[in-house]
Design a protein around this ligand. Sequence first.
Ligand SMILES: [Zn+2]
Ligand SMILES: [Zn+2]
Length: 264
Amino acid sequence: MNKIPFKLSLLSLLMAFLSISIACQKADGDSTTPIDTTGNNVNPSSSEMLTLYKKIYGATDVYLEGNFVVVKTKDFPDHKSPYFKGTAWESTKYEAYTGSNPQFAINPNRISEKNLTFRFPVNPQEASSKSATPLGSIGISLNGVVFFNQYAGPNQPLTNEINSFDQHNGHPAPGNEYHYHVEPMYLTGKVGKEALLGFLLDGFPVYGPQENGKTVSNADLDSYHGHKHATTEFPKGIYHYHFTNEAPYLNGSGFFGTPGTVSR
Ligand SMILES: [Zn+2]
Ligand SMILES: [Zn+2]
């Protein structure tokens, strides 16, 4: 009579052991493609990277050149904006402000077509010495519009600039370069809050403000505003940035990797 409970407890021990080992396997990711523990990213091949960069549907050209992916863009949004007022595209692209900021005030700049050429490292790696992001373009979103960092000028917060963000969270700079400092609302409305949204100049990808159904906070990220784990596009794991709803929004204290270049 005593043997049955003994067998049952052996069985439950075995079950517990099995579920622990399954959980460990899951935590370690796919055992055939381990995440490199030396700190380097086990990145996709150049041609796989090129395929991912071709998700930038707003680009006018995307191709490989040596160790770089070259992306050309006109930086022209695929959505409407108050900043088309008085431009050649006013009749089709102008839309009055429809956002929720009662202090919205249009700035004197307008949207125009640009010719920007980005060169992203095709095999992004952590830089041994990190560099600050510059003012101006620091990356590109899937719709071809560029990303700017968290500053309005040298170390000047965005406090006043925010009031000139249109309903899609973009605005043009002097020189009419349209850009996003914060979550690109039109894009996340289109592809989702958890999706790949673009790349920063160091070649590391940018994801939306949510992950696994939860809002990402600054506390989930390091000082460069990213972290490393597997994503849909990078199942072996990769360092990536996230937009968050609070400053610094996209990038913290600089590029995690070695930045490529952007030319006008
Ligand atoms: Zn700005
Ligand atoms: Zn993440």
